[in-house]
Design a protein around this ligand. Structure first.
Ligand code: ZN
Length: 134
């Protein structure tokens, strides 16, 4: 039987349209692997400062200082957290990286467009926790 060098074989398989499975890797890790923008990439400092009001940004930092953020889900593409402040109690914040960009939701805000202090706090904690340089 003829032996084909690994590199050559890979090229042959690719050109033949063979899809190589990554059964050991879940889809979210796979998306990260192919360098799709993660939550940490999309909700970067520049973006958060642009989305949030200056006072919400400051309040978000205060929430981080009192350790008010507790992650309930943390993947490269989606982050969910309980965000608790003495004044307002517990809210749930969600940051999600989608093919069309960053999406967010917080249980405090009736205005969905608002990037509130809870979301700021969640983003700040995400930068600390997410691996690698940005
Ligand atoms: Zn909020």
């Amino acid at each position: 039987m003829e032996s084909i060098p690994i590199k050559e074989r890979f090229r042959t398989e690719r050109s033949g349209g063979l899809v190589i499975g990554f059964s050991g890797i879940d889809s979210e890790k796979m998306l990260h692997f192919i360098h799709m923008n993660s939550v940490a990439d999309l909700a970067n400092e520049e973006t958060v400062k642009a989305l949030a009001t200056p006072s919400d940004f400051l309040h978000g930092q205060e929430i981080v200082d009192i350790h008010g953020v507790e992650f309930t889900e943390f993947t490269p593409m989606k982050v969910t957290a309980f965000v608790e402040t003495p004044a307002t109690g517990r809210r749930t914040s969600v940051l999600e990286a989608t093919p069309t960009g960053l999406k967010w939701h917080c249980t405090c805000a009736s205005n969905r467009a608002r990037f509130c202090k809870h979301l700021v706090a969640t983003a700040l904690e995400t930068w600390k926790k997410a691996p690698g340089p940005r």
